[in-house]
Design a protein around this ligand. Structure first.
Ligand SMILES: NC(=O)c1ccc[n+]([C@@H]2O[C@H](COP(=O)([O-])OP(=O)(O)OC[C@H]3O[C@@H](n4cnc5c(N)ncnc54)[C@H](O)[C@@H]3O)[C@@H](O)[C@H]2O)c1
Length: 309
């Protein structure tokens, strides 16, 4: 089957591409490298069934993209990372709006199944725990995080409109924190930041007192879930995906010190005002499709650490 992955050179995209290639599919990756490391895809290009096109989805799509018959489109493209909430705010909003519209049109013309990777950020700073898919969230449309949060909410709305109006086979997944090999260290996500600090013997920097809780899903579980939703999910539906096992940031730091056998210290630094205290997915809906997390946090951190050596 021929599959298109937008944003396929990024962290989740590369891992998904590898999995789909292993399953025998032909994959085309479309990416403009705004938050990706070029080396990831370069190393994969020896694979015969992989085609890469460098392009910005906000612009007119290249003819070589438009003419193909993709059975499935995984739409992952979006600038990510906390520092980019300000630096790349314009690109986030445009990619979620204009870019998503371009990819939805491509899916409509091709009759492709379309999966959009939304985010737990659509729940903002939630008031209800755990969050299930019908929770409408607590989002500040003007806040620092709004280019990402509102961008994703708008893209969800566009995707659902294409299902309602054009009967497009559209699925939405709301991804909670995910980690694993090929993460970009430049975006300051907590797992790669702690790992690199531990490896270099630098202090692990905890924002605030470290009591804030997070959940972490290993990338293999996530990509398996994306494929499951694409194949078995119901058109027009949204699914949470991630892990529902919570850990405080302080405990995560200690676990990483143990796994890396590092002598690094812990340093407490100022916490950004827009950082949320806690988010927790209700996974009942996706579990009905047969989704389950197989990799524990300890196993996943070990796998991620060994991928860096
Ligand atoms: N990793 C997570 O924990 C997580 C959590 C929630 C949601 N998501 C979503 O999953 C998707 C993939 O995330 P990721 O962690 O791999 O991030 P990533 O930044 O590594 O990957 C995103 C990719 O999209 C590309 N891109 C951005 N704008 C583009 C444009 N206009 N045209 C073409 N390519 C463009 C980037 O260059 C990058 O390769 C994103 O949509 C992200 O919002 C990820």
């Amino acid at each position: 089957m021929h599959i298109l992955i937008t944003g396929g050179a990024g962290f989740i995209g590369i891992n998904l591409t590898i999995k789909l290639l292993k399953q025998g599919h032909k994959v085309t990756v479309l990416d403009n490298f705004i938050t990706a490391d070029k080396n990831n895809i370069k190393n994969l290009l020896r694979e015969g069934n992989l085609n890469f096109i460098e392009s910005d989805i906000c612009r007119e799509l290249p003819k070589e993209i438009s003419r193909k018959n993709y059975k499935q489109i995984y739409h992952l493209a979006c600038p990510t990372g906390v520092p980019n909430l300000v630096k790349r705010a314009r690109e986030m909003l445009l990619t979620c709006s204009v870019g998503t519209l371009n990819i939805l049109e491509l899916a409509r013309k091709n009759g492709s199944s379309f999966l959009f990777t939304s985010s737990s950020e659509v729940y903002g700073d939630p008031q209800i725990f755990p969050q299930n898919e019908s929770y409408t969230g607590n989002v500040d449309s003007l806040g620092i995080r709004s280019p990402y949060e509102e961008g994703k909410r708008f893209a969800e709305s566009l995707s659902i409109m294409y299902h309602r109006k054009y009967k497009l086979d559209t699925k939405i997944v709301r991804i909670f924190n995910t980690y694993g090999p090929y993460m970009n260290t430049a975006d300051q996500r907590v797992v790669p930041r702690f790992l690199f600090q531990a490896i270099k013997g630098e202090p692990l920097t905890i924002q605030g007192n470290g009591s804030q809780k997070r959940t972490f899903c290993y990338i293999d579980d996530l990509t398996a879930g994306l494929i499951k939703v694409m194949r078995k999910g119901k058109a027009g539906e949204v699914y949470n995906i991630g892990s529902d096992k919570e850990i405080t940031i302080k405990n995560l730091a200690y676990q990483i010190l143990k796994i890396t056998k590092s002598n690094s210290k812990i340093r407490y630094i100022e916490r950004p005002g827009h950082d949320h205290q806690r988010r927790l997915p209700d996974l009942n809906k996706i579990k009905k499709l047969g989704y389950q997390n197989k990799i524990t946090l300890a196993e996943g951190l070990k796998l991620t650490f060994s991928s860096l050596n």
